[in-house]
Design a protein around this ligand. Structure first.
Ligand code: AMP
Length: 391
């Protein structure tokens, strides 16, 4: 059966059409610059990207464009072939402990969490509403970035701040990248042949987070109330003393919002190196001896190792660490330096395997803690959830 996985942003809509339960990608694509006259619709046909520039005033028109594209290129013969739609929703708060079949009430509940994810949830809802309007009789499922982490205990998810902030405003750690952490850790359990395994997933992309998974459950993760917390990323600072906000806002005559924007958009690899947010540029310049690119890399490795050490202690051991996402899957230098930084845990890198791509073990056969590359697939995870709830 054909299921479409959707990721709607404020001005973009990404989709992937999958055959389930085979988990086979039929096609994928995206609409960019929604809200503009020169929006671009891209769809993959026979492995090639077909592009079309056209005005797309809103998400409903974007969804119409996707459906028309699927019909025009004969990917589907009729709309009836689409049996389910899975929507990525960033913030599920404490309301959603599982994926859910979308109803009017569910849309209202997602809206009630807008304060916690003002940039993401409203955009996710526009995607949901557009698909519900065009495919009213098809099951639609919301899959949240946060639900996988709802198994964290209070000592892991609460900040040591006034408890009232948690009770009144929901100030706590929620964590993100949940579909990816779940997909990768489930695969690692299979590879290890152990459902009770203690696993750390390092989702290292432009956004990056780590997750400690014990017996299939997330017990801690590095992102927090928002995706700004945790390890440094392409343009995000990760953890920083909040007092920096006041100091920099005074010195640079900026509002807190502007400084927060700097921490989200001008920090991490980009801020430290002064070159780029892209790990390829960081690694390339580091290999040529660029001081600040090297520093950006070294800070990154140290912070990742800090988390791994703390998760090792919190879980009382570790069976495997898994690298995934753009950097985790493609940057052998990053994997190598992370593994070297944590070798005290009993992990040894297989240098040759580490140079290769695709799913594989990259630790030596006698390594006590195993290391894997496991390419993530959030779309498959979303489609699996649609299938599971389509009873
Ligand atoms: P993602 O957010 O998962 O799409 O990952 C984006 C990040 O992956 C960017 O920082 C890219 O530089 C990085 N990336 C993608 N391909 C490579 C590669 N071949 N080598 C190193 N980094 C890569």
């Amino acid at each position: 059966m054909k299921i479409i996985a959707v990721n709607a942003g404020s001005s973009s809509l990404k989709f992937q059409l999958l055959n389930m339960p085979e988990e086979h990608e039929i096609t994928s694509g995206l609409v960019e610059r929604i809200g503009y006259d020169n929006a671009v619709f891209t769809i993959k046909i026979d492995g090639k990207k077909v592009k079309k520039e056209t005005p797309v005033p809103n998400h409903k028109v974007a969804v119409e464009l996707v459906i028309e594209g699927l019909l025009e290129h004969k990917v589907i013969a009729s709309l009836d072939e689409i049996k389910g739609v899975g929507h990525r929703v960033v913030q599920g708060g404490e309301l959603f402990k599982d994926s859910v079949v979308i109803t009017d009430q569910v849309v209202k509940d997602i809206e009630s969490l807008n304060d916690l994810a003002p940039l993401h949830n409203p955009a996710n809802i526009t995607g949901i509403e557009a698909f519900r309007e065009l495919l009213p009789n098809v099951i639609q499922v919301a899959v949240f970035d946060t639900t996988f982490h709802q198994t964290m205990r209070e000592d892991a998810y609460l900040y040591a701040a006034p408890y009232d902030w948690y009770k009144k405003y929901g100030v706590r750690k929620y964590g993100f990248h949940g579909t990816s952490h779940q997909f990768v850790s489930e695969r690692a359990q299979e590879l290890l042949g152990n459902k009770d395994a203690k696993i750390i997933v390092a989702h290292l992309g432009n956004g990056a987070s780590l997750c400690a998974v014990d017996g299939g459950k997330s017990v801690d993760t590095s992102m927090g109330l928002t995706p700004l917390e945790g390890i440094p990323m392409g343009t995000r600072s990760g953890n920083i003393d909040p007092a920096v906000l006041m100091l920099v806002s005074e010195k640079e005559n900026k509002t807190y919002e502007e400084v927060l924007n700097d921490l989200n958009k001008s920090s991490g690899y980009l801020g430290v190196s002064g070159i780029s947010n892209d790990s390829r540029d960081i690694v390339e310049n580091m290999l040529q001896g660029h001081y600040r690119a090297t520093l950006a890399h070294r800070i990154q490795i140290k912070r990742i190792a800090d988390y791994i050490g703390s998760y090792y202690v919190y879980m009382g051991g570790l069976d495997a660490i898994c690298f995934t996402a753009g950097i985790g899957e493609n940057a052998p230098e990053v994997r190598k330096d992370v593994i070297n930084a944590i070798k005290v845990l009993g992990i040894t890198l297989d240098e040759e395997e580490n140079q290769k791509r695709g799913e594989r073990m990259i630790s030596t056969a006698d390594s006590k803690v195993k290391a894997f590359i496991i390419p993530t697939n959030e779309e498959v995870m979303i489609a699996r959830e649609v299938l599971r709830l389509n009873k």
